[in-house]
Write a protein of this length. Structure first.
Length: 256
């Protein structure tokens, strides 16, 4: 594993193997370490990085949008001289990946949208609005967050994983976190999905309350050349059921 920063101070970790690299984008409030179950799971080179304002990557802009995150990713892969990548985005990372795919589809060999959102109902939008207001009052996430991300059984059996996730969340710069979280909360699904022509996997957990199976199934109908897979678990199914999620991603990229 190589730890490094690019010319724009994006912090990343690369596990160099062979083949077209897989690039992993984490969710809001987290960092590249959530991809530990994926870093050595594939035959390809795997790159995980800290998005703007997270982990060891700074954020020095007062206003930010999804184009900023796409440009960050573009700069990273240009610095690494990567012509094509397999892109995997989780949660807000999936929205970054969608934005990137609409702008730079020619740089993608495949696209995986893990635990994404699409066409929230009025009730679903109100839930996330309320959650955002609570985050502003409590300065971030609480242990209740983990109950949306992991099943009760997993939390009981894996207290160290839960402790690690809470530690990551507690280290966020709250101003940056809320600024970026608001992008997720207020996202309007206004991408031009017709521009996404690369082979796409839309994958979520069967018990994910915020990125529901229905959302993934409906999004898959909109993105041509895509398929939907529903795995076990909740929002962090990539950790709780990593073997199943990794197999789905591996099957996807190997059949491009």
């Amino acid at each position: 594993m190589i730890h490094a920063t690019d010319s724009k101070n994006t912090y990343y970790l690369i596990n160099q193997k062979k083949g077209i690299p897989i690039v992993l984008i984490h969710g809001v409030g987290l960092n590249l370490t959530i991809w530990e179950p994926q870093l050595d799971a594939f035959n390809n080179t795997v790159i995980a990085y800290d998005i703007l304002g997270h982990g060891n990557t700074s954020l020095d802009k007062s206003n930010i949008n999804f184009d900023d995150f796409s440009n960050q990713l573009l700069n990273l892969i240009d610095n690494l001289n990567l012509k094509k990548i397999h892109l995997v985005g989780f949660s807000i990372g999936s929205l970054i990946a969608r934005n990137f795919a609409c702008k730079f589809n020619e740089r993608l060999q495949s696209l995986t949208l893990l635990c994404t959102i699409f066409k929230r109902s009025k009730e679903e939008q109100q839930v996330i609005n309320d959650r955002f207001e609570l985050a502003k009052k409590s300065n971030g996430f609480s242990r209740e967050t983990l109950k949306r991300w992991f099943t009760d059984d997993y939390m009981k059996k894996n207290p160290e994983v839960c402790k690690k996730i809470l530690s990551i969340l507690s280290k966020n710069n709250i101003e940056n976190f809320l600024k970026i979280y608001s992008l997720f909360v207020n996202h309007k699904d206004d991408e031009d999905f017709q521009k996404i022509t690369t082979k796409t996997l839309v994958l979520t957990g069967e018990e994910d309350p915020g990125s529901t199976p229905a959302m993934s199934k409906n999004l898959s109908k909109v993105i041509k050349n895509s398929k939907c897979v529903i795995a076990k678990g909740k929002h962090l199914c990539g950790i709780e059921h990593s073997d199943e999620v990794n197999k789905a991603i591996k099957d996807h990229i190997e059949n491009v």
